[in-house]
Design a protein around this ligand. Structure first.
Ligand SMILES: *[C@@H]1O[C@H](CO)[C@@H](O)[C@H](O)[C@H]1NC(C)=O
Ligand SMILES: *[C@@H]1O[C@H](CO)[C@@H](O)[C@H](O)[C@H]1NC(C)=O
Ligand SMILES: *[C@@H]1O[C@H](CO)[C@@H](O)[C@H](O)[C@H]1NC(C)=O
Ligand SMILES: *[C@@H]1O[C@H](CO)[C@@H](O)[C@H](O)[C@H]1NC(C)=O
Ligand SMILES: *[C@@H]1O[C@H](CO)[C@@H](O)[C@H](O)[C@H]1NC(C)=O
Ligand SMILES: *[C@@H]1O[C@H](CO)[C@@H](O)[C@H](O)[C@H]1NC(C)=O
Ligand SMILES: *[C@@H]1O[C@H](CO)[C@@H](O)[C@H](O)[C@H]1NC(C)=O
Ligand SMILES: *[C@@H]1O[C@H](CO)[C@@H](O)[C@H](O)[C@H]1NC(C)=O
Ligand SMILES: *[C@@H]1O[C@H](CO)[C@@H](O)[C@H](O)[C@H]1NC(C)=O
Ligand SMILES: *[C@@H]1O[C@H](CO)[C@@H](O)[C@H](O)[C@H]1NC(C)=O
Ligand SMILES: *[C@@H]1O[C@H](CO)[C@@H](O)[C@H](O)[C@H]1NC(C)=O
Length: 465
């Protein structure tokens, strides 16, 4: 409960959609009168006269704020606060087909809450680009909802720094909403402040606007827009070249323009641009391509057993499509269909996985539905795709998240799983190693740097670094 209340910041539903945006706070009637009076004052002469009598503002008023001659203070537009109206501090309603959302120039305010509702047409695609984002990591958050309230699906939550990996425009994160509305909610705590964010949005724009290497088109019979890439470029944002270095044609390979849209390497060569010899003299990355959506997740774990990579758990935003286990066939290069029995365990993230004899041992982690850190030990039987919970005999067992686990074979041939460190809600980060003996179904805990180090010393066959 505590967790879900954190994830649903107290923005509530915004006011009537057609109406004026609500002011952020109550204004004394006297001041309101003054504003009305000023609005009623005719012509520029009167304004000039007032300015001549009144004080000028020390610094210019930002974001459409007006200098109040009487007081020499900025009179801010709805949503903006600060002596120069330079900070967000309320609610905004945005209706254009494109625009931007920012906390204002410079550093954001301490202890602030700002909400923006971007209103489009129902079921248009709204794409947000995070051109600049810098907030205090894990304290100051921006939440993005695909809809007009905090009850709509949460599609992203940002905190910390977004630093483009390289110069250019292809690494700017984008968030897509499909409902035609986006609600953004920002809050900062009472401590540290940073430069905040500037996020642009557009309706019916393609990923990265097709990177300048294609045309953005409505696909037939749907509201979706899609890039039609120019020749030699692929990917949903037309940001992936078919081939690099011409595949070293003719010596090392050749670009396959019609089929795989990638390099076909001559024998003896592999990798991007067919630049790596077989066998490889260096490590290299390749990017597997598949058109299976609905896979994004974070803080998951993966193990490889034979030809199959098993991806288990993780943090997912889309709860209606969360799947506990995914399996990727490394040879056929496709995601496998799994029995629904793989989903019989509650989704968790920050857990550990260790593989032993066609079984995957999963320990701990944070259960997404409750926010509880668990000490559960589950065994995934690969042969029948099902989970079995194991209750180890143990004097003391720590519920941990963010730990790691390793299978080690002892000198006597028995296998143990070492669960190393982690964070537990009760004690914080712990320096304990928990040792689960697979044969004896027992779990012992030893404190790193303690007398019980002897237990670790028994593991002479293998060393864990
Ligand atoms: C945010 O970005 C928009 C569009 O690029 C720009 O016009 C605006 O000045 C920026 N605002 C701030 C505070 O950086
Ligand atoms: C932001 O932090 C700076 C120091 O880092 C401080 O001087 C400034 O007053 C803060 N601004 C606001 C609006 O809280
Ligand atoms: C997207 O790119 C097209 C040209 O490909 C350009 O005309 C358009 O202005 C761009 N849109 C935005 C929002 O940058
Ligand atoms: C990306 O940036 C490059 C230069 O940095 C520019 O030439 C190109 O037009 C940009 N592409 C898009 C889609 O904005
Ligand atoms: C859309 O329809 C037109 C004509 O019906 C067809 O030529 C075109 O290939 C279709 N485009 C897509 C992306 O399916
Ligand atoms: C690829 O297609 C083009 C035209 O569509 C054709 O001229 C060319 O021969 C084809 N290349 C191969 C390798 O099939
Ligand atoms: C690997 O071999 C290729 C081709 O012989 C060579 O160009 C490259 O420099 C080598 N890389 C390393 C790290 O030795
Ligand atoms: C979540 O997944 C469901 C089922 O696949 C899908 O219908 C829905 O559009 C997804 N929601 C978002 C916000 O991606
Ligand atoms: C899924 O597992 C259940 C229980 O083991 C089994 O009865 C069922 O036949 C399996 N379904 C498929 C499609 O393998
Ligand atoms: C989650 O933890 C709280 C506090 O430790 C406990 O009261 C609650 O029963 C737990 N919920 C579940 C589903 O285990
Ligand atoms: C799967 O196999 C394991 C061990 O062989 C067994 O304990 C478990 O009950 C099986 N699960 C199902 C659903 O058949």
């Amino acid at each position: 409960m505590e967790r879900s209340s954190r994830r649903q910041p107290a923005a509530g539903r915004l006011g009537s959609r057609g109406g004026r945006p609500r002011r952020s706070g109550g204004r004394p009637p006297a001041q309101l009168l003054l504003v009305l009076l000023m609005l009623l004052l005719p012509g520029p002469e009167a304004a000039a006269a007032a300015a001549a009598e009144g004080k000028e503002c020390d610094k210019p008023c930002a974001n459409g704020g007006r200098c109040q001659p009487g007081s020499g203070q900025c009179e801010c537009q709805a949503g903006w606060v600060g002596d120069q109206c330079q900070h967000c501090g309320g609610r905004f309603r945005l209706t254009g087909s494109s625009g931007y959302v920012t906390d204002g120039p410079g550093h954001y305010k301490y202890k602030t809450k700002c909400t923006w509702l971007i209103e489009g047409m129902p079921n248009t695609i709204l794409r947000l680009r995070f051109n600049h984002f810098a907030t205090e990591c894990s304290w100051d958050h921006l939440y993005v909802y695909d809809g007009d309230s905090v009850y709509a699906p949460l599609v992203a939550a940002f905190s910390g720094l977004i630093v483009p990996e390289r110069d250019g425009n292809e690494t700017i994160p984008e968030v897509v909403a499909t409902s035609g509305y986006v609600l953004l909610h920002f809050f900062s705590d009472a401590a540290y402040n940073l430069t905040g964010f500037n996020i642009t949005y557009n309706f019916d724009m393609c990923p990265n606007n097709c990177s300048g290497r294609g045309e953005c088109k409505h696909s037939n019979g749907s509201n979706a827009v899609k890039c039609e890439c120019s020749e030699h470029w692929k990917g949903e944002a037309c940001d992936i070249p078919y081939c690099t270095d011409g595949c070293g044609y003719p010596a090392r390979g050749q670009c396959n323009m019609n089929g795989t849209k990638g390099c076909s390497c001559n024998s003896g060569w592999q990798g991007p641009g067919c630049a790596v010899p077989v066998p490889a003299n260096q490590s290299f990355w390749t990017r597997e391509e598949y058109s299976s959506p609905k896979l994004p997740r974070a803080s998951h774990k993966a193990v490889v057993n034979g030809n199959v990579m098993w991806v288990v758990g993780g943090y997912m935003f889309n709860h209606s499509d969360s799947r506990m286990v995914l399996a990727y066939d490394l040879v056929s290069e496709e995601w496998l269909a799994l029995n629904s029995t793989v989903n019989s365990v509650e989704i968790r993230y920050g857990h550990s996985l260790a593989l032993h004899e066609n079984k995957i041992y999963m320990y701990g982690g944070k259960i997404d539905a409750t926010g509880n850190v668990t000490n559960q030990l589950w065994v995934f039987h690969i042969h029948n795709e099902s989970w079995v919970q194991v209750t180890p005999k143990a004097k003391e067992q720590y519920a941990v998240v963010g730990h790691s686990a390793h299978m080690v074979t002892l000198e006597d041939g028995s296998a143990v799983m070492l669960v190393i460190f982690g964070h537990c809600p009760l004690y914080g980060y712990i320096s304990n190693v928990q040792e689960y003996n697979l044969g004896r179904y027992s779990l012992t805990t030893c404190l790193y740097f303690s007398v019980q180090f002897a237990t670790i010393n028994q593991i002479q066959a293998k060393t864990v670094y």
